[in-house]
Design a binder for this molecule. Structure first.
Ligand SMILES: Nc1ncnc2c1ncn2[C@@H]1O[C@H](COP(=O)(O)OP(=O)(O)OP(=O)(O)O)[C@@H](O)[C@H]1O
Ligand SMILES: [Mg+2]
Length: 318
């Protein structure tokens, strides 16, 4: 059973212009997406830069205004809920921001940065607060003396861990992690990702894992949604997406994953050329005349793809 359901979420930004600075058009940043979240599962949101991933995350936690659609949490409608303290939804859904550096106030010591969410959402004594801060630092593998330092005194990976500690402070159910490792070196990336997996099973957390990197999402997620221009082109389990992709855009993303082993490199190159050719000739089956992604249609109980009615699609291996 899912604890949160998002239905037909839209976030449109007005573009103003002309003599009266009136609204002349909209940016359809998020344009009708639906998702459900189950306990302990990780959901991936993948797509190219500007396709609406961060806007989706921000809209869910209430930092962007929702144009239409609904968010239900534990049976309650929380769409556009004002960010009130002590509100269960705000406490249990936390976000790790795309830019760890600027999401931590440079003038505040770590102690203060971690105390903030605890004070906002949990009623604890000053002594318990100190204990909780030490616990959080321990969970993310930072020494006790980190408490007295400022954000600039940490490396990129350490700052990312502080962002995770802050998100964990309120015992959340769901963490929205927006490109949590994309600014890090490969070796540190793996460290942070594995760490996030460990705490996931320890605390039964769910993740909405936002990334433009399909490899990272494959490592982390049970369920994957591929986003293009504010809409989902395909959603399914990790197996659905990786072994049986149907949308031409998904195939294109998959074929673009670099192949590290020389074995099969030639074969992949040939596949990439075929996918690229099909992309050009088959566009009309996947987009309407405004190049808007079509509505999702079911292929199985878990697998959905945005494809024209009646078009028979070939799997990846054809
Ligand atoms: N405040 C805003 N006003 C107007 N347009 C915006 C605003 N914020 C984002 N956009 C536009 O909405 C679209 C989606 O932006 P978003 O930040 O969600 O992309 P993203 O998928 O997170 O990209 P990236 O991978 O680069 O982080 C973009 O076209 C962006 O220019
Ligand atoms: Mg983003």
């Amino acid at each position: 059973m899912s604890f949160m359901q998002i239905k037909n979420l839209k976030v449109h930004y007005p573009i103003r212009g002309g003599f009266f600075n009136s609204i002349i058009d909209y940016v359809y940043a998020v344009d009708g997406i639906s998702m459900e979240f189950e306990k302990g599962k990780a959901y991936g949101l993948v797509g190219e830069s500007g396709c609406g991933k961060s806007t989706t995350g921000m809209a869910i936690i209430g930092l962007e205004k929702i144009t239409s659609g609904s968010i239900m949490y534990e049976g309650e409608d929380v769409t556009n809920l004002r960010r009130k303290r002590n509100n269960l939804f705000n406490r249990e859904i936390q976000m790790i921001f795309q830019d760890a550096h600027s999401s931590l106030n440079p003038r505040k010591r770590v102690e203060h940065l971690l105390a903030e969410p605890i004070r906002n959402f949990l009623r604890v004594s000053p002594k318990e607060e100190q204990k909780k801060i030490s616990e959080l630092l321990e969970i993310v593998g930072m020494p006790e003396d980190a408490k007295l330092k400022y954000p600039h005194e940490f490396s990129g990976g350490q700052k990312q861990r502080l962002g995770i500690a802050r998100a964990l402070a309120t015992n959340p159910k769901l963490i929205i992690a927006d490109e949590p490792v994309s600014a890090l070196d490969l070796s540190v990336q793996a460290q942070v990702l594995n760490f996030m997996k460990d705490i996931q099973s320890e605390f039964g957390l769910s993740y909405l894992f936002i990334s433009h990197d399909l490899g990272v999402v494959k490592h982390m997620c049970d369920h994957i949604s591929i986003m293009y221009k504010g809409r989902f082109v395909e959603t399914g389990t990790k197996e659905d997406i990786f072994t049986n992709p149907h949308h031409i855009y998904t195939k294109r993303l998959l074929s673009a994953i670099p192949n590290v082993s020389p074995k099969g490199r030639e074969k992949r190159k040939r596949e990439r050329i075929i996918v690229e050719k099909n992309y050009q000739t088959e566009l009309k089956n996947y987009f309407d005349h405004n190049h808007r992604v079509l509505d999702l249609a079911p292929l199985s109980e878990t697998h959905f793809v945005a494809i024209a009615n009646g078009v028979s699609v070939r799997g990846n291996n054809s």
